[in-house]
Design a protein around this ligand. Structure first.
Ligand SMILES: [Zn+2]
Ligand SMILES: [Zn+2]
Length: 136
């Protein structure tokens, strides 16, 4: 924390530059929000307020827990007929994305033979994959 001379406080210093930055940031945030809101609202109009995975139903009160998922994971692919959207609850949406990641990892088949007793339960299998992929 750099303390400036109290004298310069009165003049306002860099205030206008800071305002400008705030405006840019809030504009960017707003346009992202508008876009997100755009397809979300359209998807909620086209599809029922039900999670496509677990079947949980939503009302106006908890509608913020219902999210819109892009089937092909491309957020810029927003066909107006809603064919790329899926209404998912937060949990299923999370699941969907971690499953997609698992899938693209390829599920390596190289599990060490020496530890056969842990073959059915491999709590660190995913971690191992992560560490190994980071090494490359
Ligand atoms: Zn769900
Ligand atoms: Zn998604």
């Amino acid at each position: 924390m750099a303390k400036k001379n109290s004298e310069s406080d009165k003049s306002g210093g860099n205030q206008s530059g800071r305002d400008n930055m705030d405006r840019i940031v809030s504009a960017a945030r707003k346009s992202w929000h508008e876009r997100e809101k755009g397809y979300r609202e359209r998807s909620l109009k086209i599809h029922p307020w039900v999670c496509a995975r677990c079947g949980r139903e939503f009302t106006r009160e908890n509608l913020h827990l219902l999210t819109v998922h892009h089937r092909d994971h491309n957020h810029d692919h927003n066909p107006p007929d809603g064919s790329n959207w899926e209404n998912l609850c937060l949990y299923c949406h999370d699941n969907e994305h971690s499953r997609f990641l698992d899938h693209s990892e390829g599920g390596g088949a190289e599990v060490g033979d020496e530890k056969k007793e842990t073959a059915t339960f491999k709590p660190f299998a995913g971690l191992k994959d992560l560490l190994e992929s980071k090494k490359e």
